[in-house]
Design a protein around this ligand. Structure first.
Ligand SMILES: [Zn+2]
Ligand SMILES: [Zn+2]
Length: 346
């Protein structure tokens, strides 16, 4: 690929200012592959860069990290990958040598290689070969674009002590909550989905939720107790970044229950907690953040085997030129998952 070739890219110039422009097609070093991007999912973290809610974001920049594509060139040192192969890229380039990597907590690598990857809302990206996974033939690019958010959910599910037969409440049924519903179901949970948006609750039902609670109609804590013979839930996963959701999540949990604050808060927002709630119920309060390389591999496997239906979560498919509409759709909560079809030639 000659260096001078330009590609189309969605540049965020400043908060709320995204425009299609161009940039150089990247050149790759020996360890990397150059990839023609096919799809890139819009993640709330991309939207936070767009709105300016993400502190320390620098501009101009090209967002997007949930991308897939087709390899067009591989570096001399790359083995096991060839042009023409369909791949999804794990944006977390870990060092393998820091304190956390050596403890196996790869999601907290201290030396994440942020410059080692490029791509997203532009026509070409690159990644070290070790961060690529081959997409099985029967899996669509748009499905494989969920590998990253599903890997985050998988890390969360594995960190929530879900046991077969448990009553599991998922608070918030956006794309993340809807993946949690499916994972909890597969772990053997009886899943109670909570949201304020009825269409999302119906989607939760479609993907396996056993019971639905519309939080805007009555007291959701009472509703959970009514559904669990007064005990409260064994596991509560808070997948909504609202203080009320976090506070009620703690109240929904029963004795020896686990509450996972899965969603981050932007901006940070303190909640009011009665420590007795945790003390007298012996609650296990935890959180989950990002994922490991193994979670990424496993997430793609779950998609490939149909364990998690991600395709049904796509509410909007848009060409790259309509990136602004893509961001606005997420901001307005107007859909579930927005998928940018960077290259519609599939
Ligand atoms: Zn993401
Ligand atoms: Zn590391």
């Amino acid at each position: 690929m000659p260096d001078s070739i330009k590609m189309k890219a969605a540049w965020i110039h400043a908060p709320l200012d995204v425009r299609i422009g161009d940039t150089e097609v990247p050149s790759i070093d020996d360890s990397k592959a150059l990839i023609k991007i096919k799809t890139c999912g819009v993640c709330p973290s991309d939207v936070r860069v767009y709105t300016g809610a993400r502190k320390n974001a620098t501009y101009p920049r090209i967002a997007g990290h949930e991308w897939t594509g087709e390899i067009v060139e591989v570096g001399k040192a790359v083995e096991g990958f060839a042009p023409g192969e369909r791949v999804v890229a794990d944006w977390r380039v870990i060092c393998g040598e820091c304190y956390y990597c050596r403890r196996g907590i790869f999601n907290y690598c201290s030396n994440m290689g942020r410059g080692e990857m490029k791509g997203g809302f532009c026509e070409y990206g690159y990644a070290p070969a070790r961060n690529l996974r081959k997409i099985p033939d029967h899996v669509l690019f748009e499905e494989a674009s969920f590998t990253e958010p599903l890997a985050c959910c998988l890390n969360g599910a594995n960190n929530s002590n879900i046991r077969i037969g448990d009553d599991v409440v998922v608070v918030g049924t956006g794309q993340i909550g809807l993946m949690h519903v499916q994972l909890a179901k597969h772990l053997g949970g009886r899943v109670i989905a909570c949201d304020t948006i009825q269409s999302r609750l119906e989607k939760a039902k479609e993907v396996g939720a056993d019971d639905l609670i519309n939080v805007s109609e009555g007291n959701p804590v009472e509703a959970v107790h009514d559904l669990t013979e007064g005990r409260g839930a064994n596991v509560v996963i808070v997948a909504a970044s609202a203080t009320k959701a976090a506070e009620t999540g703690l109240e929904m949990a029963g004795i020896c229950g686990t509450v996972n604050f899965f969603a981050g808060f932007y901006p940070s927002n303190p909640i009011t907690v009665d420590p007795n709630l945790i003390h007298y119920k012996q609650l296990n309060v935890t959180g989950s953040h990002d994922f490991t390389p193994h979670d990424f591999t496993t997430a793609l496997k779950l998609i490939a085997h149909g364990t998690v239906n991600v395709k049904t979560l796509i509410s909007h498919r848009l060409p790259l030129d309509e990136i602004k509409q893509g961001f606005d759709t997420v901001i307005d909560l107007a859909g579930v998952k927005v998928m940018m079809e960077v290259d519609s030639d599939r």
